[in-house]
Design a binder for this molecule. Structure first.
Ligand SMILES: Nc1ncnc2c1ncn2[C@@H]1O[C@H](COP(=O)(O)OP(=O)(O)OP(=O)(O)O)[C@@H](O)[C@H]1O
Length: 230
């Protein structure tokens, strides 16, 4: 589902490349753990995979589309349709309710909205079901997201990523604020949700103790030739 070939990325104004990845492959449905120390380029790589940044050279094929060949608008649409992201700080909108935050995941994607409707549910019904599957008590639905605990906010962020069944779920250090038991439980929940429709998970963290839970372990220092030299 994902194939990177000869990828080079350099931030504007910098002489050295941040990423030089000759090859990276991820199969559909795989649960991948991407490890790398701070500053090694994890967020830069996620920005490229989600089409926010463009490579200087090389190809990033996601679901058989080369992201570098798409226009900016087409990359934005591709991201909204096919990628659900759980951010490190969750990026929830505090003036919206939990359910409104979740359904937001569909507001920029007609295909994700249609997938929900094809299941016979409204966006709100699907959002509520996801929140319950992710272990959130219905009583919190009426609260503002600002009144939720970190663990509850994390589940809202996960439901927003999963709604409409995007093929790739990117999780960028989403467990760094949790203790070990809650971290593992949250990852198990992600896996359970992903296995319902065969989503691929790319989970990024500097905490390598989590790696054993995943199908595949990728070390950015191993796949990035820039990191090997520095
Ligand atoms: N917008 C930017 N402009 C210029 N350089 C940047 C920019 N964003 C990141 N960098 C540089 O790219 C390199 C990789 O940064 P990146 O944020 O991808 O690392 P990371 O592995 O995600 O780190 P962390 O775990 O601390 O979040 C760093 O040297 C950083 O200074």
């Amino acid at each position: 589902m994902l194939e990177i070939n000869d990828l080079i990325f350099r931030w504007p104004g910098q002489t050295d490349a941040t990423l030089n990845i000759p090859k990276l492959e991820v199969a559909a449905g795989e649960r991948v753990f991407l490890h790398g120390p701070s500053g090694s380029g994890k967020s830069t790589l996620l920005g490229l995979l989600s089409g926010v940044n463009k490579p200087e050279s090389g190809s990033i094929r996601l679901l058989d589309k080369d992201l570098a060949q798409l226009s900016d608008a087409a990359r934005d649409k591709f991201r909204a349709d096919h990628i659900g992201t759980i951010f490190q700080n969750f990026n929830l909108l505090p003036y919206l309710s939990p359910i409104e935050n979740v359904t937001l995941g569909c507001h920029f994607s007609r295909s994700r909205t249609e997938r929900v409707k094809a299941s016979g549910k409204t966006l709100t019904q699907q959002g509520e079901q996801l929140l319950q599957q992710l272990g959130l008590d219905p009583s919190i639905m009426a609260r503002s997201v600002a009144q939720l605990s970190i663990g509850q906010q994390q589940r809202v962020a996960a439901a927003r990523a999963f709604i409409g069944q995007p093929e790739l779920i990117i999780a960028d250090e989403p467990t760094s604020a949790l203790d070990a038991d809650n971290r593992n439980a949250f990852i198990e929940l992600l896996f359970k949700e992903a296995s319902q429709y065969g989503a691929t998970i790319l989970f990024v963290s500097h905490d390598s103790s989590l790696a054993a839970m995943f199908d595949k372990y990728l070390s950015l220092s191993d796949i990035n030739e820039v990191a090997q030299c520095s």
